[in-house]
Design a protein around this ligand. Structure first.
Ligand SMILES: [Zn+2]
Length: 381
């Protein structure tokens, strides 16, 4: 991948290139930014730049043999580590077992999030990990000479999926990597990394995309109208991975609106039987769907509050506008922060692989309580 193919992040690209041309390549780097911010594409563009036989002042050449192999993710000195599941008892828990699947998934969508990847390998509800065996494999690869006489590159995607044992095994390598070796940790949750890992890596923070940048990336990945790309970028708050998923599942948007309407009604009416039924259906969907649905809900709640104060909104369907009219009395600035915190927390817990049914049901009860307190206050006013 070339730098030119990565949308935005111009200052970071410039810095990486100028460091590289001055020969200042840190052994261990940490690219840290939220899901769908382009951290992994930046890491891929950076290693391609360093491997390129004829880099220009702004980018890799894109034509030499190293660039062509890097673009296909098959460069022999590129080692990719990522969260995986052990598919059966024969699995050794090393990334190489799923490297073909990982390349295919990443080539289609370099901005992918972990849920895209886990859905791709049908991980279901299994807990993904970077296993201790993968740490041993990295150490083994580190001790070998590079195949093409240049750098050896190790990209560890989502190191937060390493447990303490795995991280500890890697530590020494991070501190004293062999010559001409570059290790890039690409993390969405650097706060979950051991401080001993953090202290060994040079940090490169990567900000989330703006709505406009996210829409531009979506355009480059999926055929879409400006309106549609912008709307999903807004719902996903600049997370390319989620925006892409929302766009590709738009047929479901009417269904999502219906489900969201029923959800809020059941919360408002404190209809426990209905909420349990909804939690059961929620549990049956994949994590990506669960996250997409809650994010969409968050967007609709925000739009309802905005509409009360700023009626001329675009990018909404007629059905959605109808919903906002009817539900305007449910949501207001006084309960917006509390309700959206509960939905946001639910998204976070889903991301941490919590149990969908329990998370959803807890969220329902908390939201119901907000409505109940309001009704109680009104009755006693
Ligand atoms: Zn090149």
């Amino acid at each position: 991948m070339q730098f030119s193919a990565v949308v935005g992040h111009e200052a970071i690209k410039k810095k990486l290139i100028s460091n590289a041309s001055e020969g200042r390549v840190a052994h261990t780097r940490l690219f840290a930014g939220p899901e769908g911010c382009g951290a992994l594409p930046l890491a891929l563009a950076y290693v391609q730049y360093l491997a390129c036989a004829a880099p220009t002042p702004n980018d890799s050449c894109g034509k030499c043999s190293a660039c062509i192999k890097m673009a296909k993710l098959i460069h022999p000195d590129l080692h990719l580590s990522f969260p995986m599941i052990k598919e059966n008892t024969k699995s050794k828990g090393v990334s190489n077992e799923l490297i073909t699947e990982f390349r295919d998934c990443l080539l289609v969508n370099p901005y992918m999030g972990v849920d895209n990847w886990l859905d791709y390998i049908n991980a279901g509800n299994k807990q993904p990990k970077i296993y201790v065996e993968e740490a041993s494999e990295i150490i083994r690869q580190l001790s070998m000479v590079s195949v093409e006489d240049g750098y050896k590159f190790f990209i560890i995607w989502l190191p937060e999926f390493m447990n303490v044992e795995t991280a500890n095994r890697l530590l020494k390598s991070l501190e004293e990597p062999s010559d001409k070796t570059l290790i890039i940790l690409v993390s969405e949750k650097p706060q979950d990394l051991l401080s001993t890992i953090l202290s060994r890596a040079q940090l490169q923070k990567i900000e989330a995309y703006s709505i406009e940048e996210c829409a531009a990336v979506i355009h480059s990945l999926v055929e879409s109208t400006n309106e549609a790309a912008r709307k999903v970028s807004e719902i996903a708050e600049g997370n390319v991975s989620l925006a892409k998923w929302l766009l590709e599942n738009q047929d479901e948007s009417d269904e999502q609106l219906d489900l969201f309407r029923n959800w809020m009604l059941a919360c408002y009416q404190y209809n426990i039987t209905e909420l349990i039924n909804q939690a059961d259906s929620f549990q049956k969907k994949g994590r990506e769907w669960q996250k997409g649905f809650l994010t969409y809900g968050l967007f609709m709640i925000r739009q309802t509050v905005l509409k009360n104060h700023q009626p001329s909104l675009n990018r909404l369907t007629d059905q959605e506008n109808g919903f906002l009219d009817k539900f305007a009395r449910f949501f207001h600035p006084g309960n917006y922060a509390e309700i959206s915190t509960y939905v946001n927390d639910a998204i976070l817990h889903i991301e941490r692989n919590g149990h969908g049914k329990i998370i959803f049901f807890d969220c329902c009860i908390l939201i119901s309580d907000v409505f109940r307190k309001e009704k109680f206050a009104k009755t006693n006013a």
